[in-house]
Design a protein around this ligand. Structure first.
Ligand code: HEC
Length: 161
């Protein structure tokens, strides 16, 4: 009797292990699902809208008495963008795939585009340091530098509206 019960318990455990494994496999296959070019364009647009909002928060807190909690949050979004931006432009997600302001030069001049991404990343470093130091003058200065790096890329790689 007790042996039977323990056999049942073992079987139940095995079943639940299998169920967990199946659920994990399902999650993995969803993650591996390849987004279409139009979906990637949409996601990219959302990433930039978030970046734009975060940058506005920095602007609004770059003089006077900043809201440092808001700045910390905004900075996290901006830093994440510097890390992820390389992945936002897979081949085939330019104007040929649908409505986008991403110019074909992103793919035809990859070295220049990478340099523009790097400039942005480099300018975010001092901004992060200034926010960490709670130094509002340095934040104002770094904000303008980062803004210049946004513009630098937009001038060459983003189509006018
Ligand atoms: C290395 C290039 C690059 C850098 C750096 C860059 N952007 Fe952009 N940005 C783009 C491109 C390309 C698009 C258009 C994307 C698309 O339409 O698919 C874009 C789109 C946007 C948009 C969406 C606007 C719209 O109507 O499509 C906003 C907002 C934006 N960027 C803000 C910023 C801000 C703020 C920064 C700096 C903190 C920044 N970007 C840095 C290349 C860049």
């Amino acid at each position: 009797m007790s042996r039977q019960r323990s056999a049942t318990t073992t079987l139940q455990r095995r079943i639940s292990v299998i169920a967990i494994a199946a659920a994990a496999a399902a999650v993995i296959s969803v993650a591996a699902y390849a987004a279409t070019p139009v979906e990637i364009q949409k996601q990219r647009h959302e990433h930039y809208e978030q970046l734009g909002d975060a940058f506005k928060t920095v602007r609004d807190n770059s003089k006077g008495t900043p809201d440092y909690a808001a700045l910390d949050k905004a900075l996290a979004v901006i830093q994440k963008a510097t890390e992820n931006q390389q992945q936002w432009f897979p081949k085939g997600t330019g104007p040929e795939a649908g409505k986008t302001r991403a110019l074909p030069e992103i793919w035809s001049k990859p070295d220049d585009f990478t340099a523009a991404q790097k400039l942005f990343t480099d300018k975010v470093g001092p901004l992060a340091a200034a926010v960490k130091a709670r130094d509002v003058d340095a934040i104002g200065k770094a904000f303008r530098e980062v803004g210049g790096s946004c513009k630098n890329c937009h001038d060459s790689f983003r189509a006018p509206e």
